[in-house]
Design a protein around this ligand. Structure first.
Ligand SMILES: Cc1ncc(COP(=O)(O)O)c(C=O)c1O
Length: 376
């Protein structure tokens, strides 16, 4: 049988090995060392932002950011329910309440009107999630908040999945008040585990650096004026990251090439649809995601994915919407039926093999498996 096609393997075509060995040989393997500052500078240049704070992973980056902008108990943060659990969990870590909102049925990113409807006097932030590399509409959110006289509400961009995507030429990570990225092993740019916060707010950046380093006073060692965290990236991670940023143009192009082939070959197949890319976006897709409207629901989708695996094709279902998680049952928007658009899309969503290293033959085999397994 032909080899199994992985759902999203990393691509290393640059200097990853060289830089990691340099880091090891230098003896700087923890959170000091030259690759960290280099990675922050090069990733900041790529995104077009003034400050980057490299972190241990995307989840802690999000927690650090929310904590750093002062979100805590009694506050509400509006988040689309269709996202990876870390988006909502980071809100819970701060003691604030996540208020889940709908996604737009065309883009699968946050539904701006629905998000704005959920703003209350307790709302401190709206977190857009750039799902699968599509970018949420931060300009509309900002305009909507201004029209409501609520420009005090912070805009956060969870760009964990959107490295390289652009809106009117501006990169994901530069579109809200601050953003986070994940560099997990399956992401478009990876450091193994890893994350970052990007922002143009230099004062916020300095505060995040302080909080990330245990909240230690920079002038008086081992004096901690405030509760802090150890959320630092290591020099080893940053070494891999430097190589990935250097190769970013190629890594982004690979993702786009794979996506274009899926879109071309699946165009016109009844029931199958892709997210609609708004005209002002240039998307670097992270996972190549489809919704199959011919599926009856989640059970039928999951059975289809099992059959595809039997054909040697790994896939992923869409994220289970967060408002359906038992530990979030007491949040304001919770339980089956609360967000019908989200629930329908999530139940019928499939992520096809997505690595930038896929060959045309592997993409075509994945498509053939999908089409054949749908027949059954
Ligand atoms: C939308 C989103 N937010 C946050 C995260 C968390 O990132 P990490 O896995 O690096 O902690 C992820 C990771 O997959 C994600 O997809």
């Amino acid at each position: 049988m032909a080899s199994r096609i992985p759902v999203c393997a990393p691509v290393f075509t640059g200097k990853e090995r060289t830089y990691v060995l340099e880091a090891v040989d230098s003896g700087w393997i923890s959170s000091a060392g030259e690759f960290i500052a280099k990675f922050e500078a090069s990733f900041g240049k790529l995104c077009g932002v003034r400050h980057v704070e490299a972190c241990a992973n995307g989840t802690v980056a999000l927690h650090l950011l929310l904590h750093g902008i002062g979100i805590g108990a009694g506050d509400e943060v509006i988040v689309p329910s269709e996202t990876f659990a870390a988006s909502g969990n980071a809100v819970v870590y701060t003691g604030a309440t996540p208020v889940f909102c709908e996604i737009d049925p065309r883009t699968w990113c946050l539904d701006v009107a629905d998000a704005l409807r959920r703003v209350t006097p307790n709302t401190k932030a709206i977190m857009g999630v750039d799902l699968f590399g599509m970018v949420a509409d931060y300009a509309e959110l900002r305009a909507g908040l201004a029209a409501m006289g609520r420009s005090d509400v912070k805009l956060i961009e969870d760009a964990a999945e959107a490295a390289g995507s652009r809106v009117e030429g501006k990169f994901a990570g530069s579109l809200a008040d601050a953003a986070i990225f994940s560099f997990f092993g399956n992401k478009t740019l990876t450091t193994g585990e890893g994350g970052a916060i990007t922002t143009d707010d230099v004062a916020l950046g300095a505060r995040l650096k302080f909080l990330k380093n245990h909240g230690m006073d920079q002038k008086r060692r081992y004096y901690h004026p405030e509760l802090g965290f150890n959320y630092r990236m290591t020099n080893l991670q940053a070494a891999v990251g430097c190589a990935q940023v250097e190769a970013a143009t190629d890594l982004f192009a690979r993702k786009k090439r794979v996506n274009a082939r899926y879109r071309e070959k699946l165009a016109g197949i009844p029931g199958i649809r892709f997210a609609e890319v708004p005209k002002n976006q240039d998307v670097v897709p992270w996972l190549h995601a489809i919704v199959d409207d011919h599926l009856a629901g989640e059970d039928a989708r999951d059975a289809l994915l099992v059959r595809m695996l039997e054909h040697g094709v790994e896939t992923r279902p869409f994220f289970v919407p967060m408002h359906l998680f038992p530990y979030l049952a007491k949040t304001p928007v919770a339980g089956l039926g609360a967000l019908p658009v989200t629930e329908t899309i999530a139940a019928k969503g499939i992520c096809l093999p997505s690595g930038g290293g896929l060959t045309d033959e592997e993409i075509d085999r994945s498509i053939a498996a999908l089409l054949q397994c749908r027949e059954k």
